[in-house]
Every structure is written in structure tokens, then in C-alpha cells.
Design a protein around this ligand. Sequence first.
Ligand SMILES: [Zn+2]
Length: 74
Amino acid sequence: MILGDIYIRGIEFPLTVKGVTVLDSDGNYNVYINILLSYDTQQKATKHEITHIKKEHFYDYEPVIHNELEANAV
Ligand SMILES: [Zn+2]
């Protein structure tokens, strides 16, 4: 179950960063996707970040590497 709202915004990041999700103090998820990447890569990055949210990675204590593998497996 997702507890908060999800806001997706485009932003310019260094090219090594595809997307970032920030959980704010209201429990909402702010997803920032790098608009310098191709459309296709932006779509994949968005899906990846949403998978993190759906799998509740922001509330678990699994190592980051485990959560990255789980998000990439979708
Ligand atoms: Zn990730």
C-alpha cells in the first residue's frame, strides 16, 4: 500500500543520475527525473522510481543494493 501521493517532475541532473525519489515530511513521494536523458530512458527511470515506492523501499531496512536489484527486475 502506498501511503502518500506521488509527484513526478522533470529536472536537470548530471547525466550519471537518472532519477531520484525524495520522501517528504508529509509522506509524499517527490520523483525527479533527469530531462537531459532520452525519452525512453526517462520512462524507464520513472518506472524504476515508482517500483521503489510500490515495494515500500522507503520504509524497509534492506540494504540499498537489494532494493536496486528488486527495482530493476520489473
Ligand atoms: Zn533505484
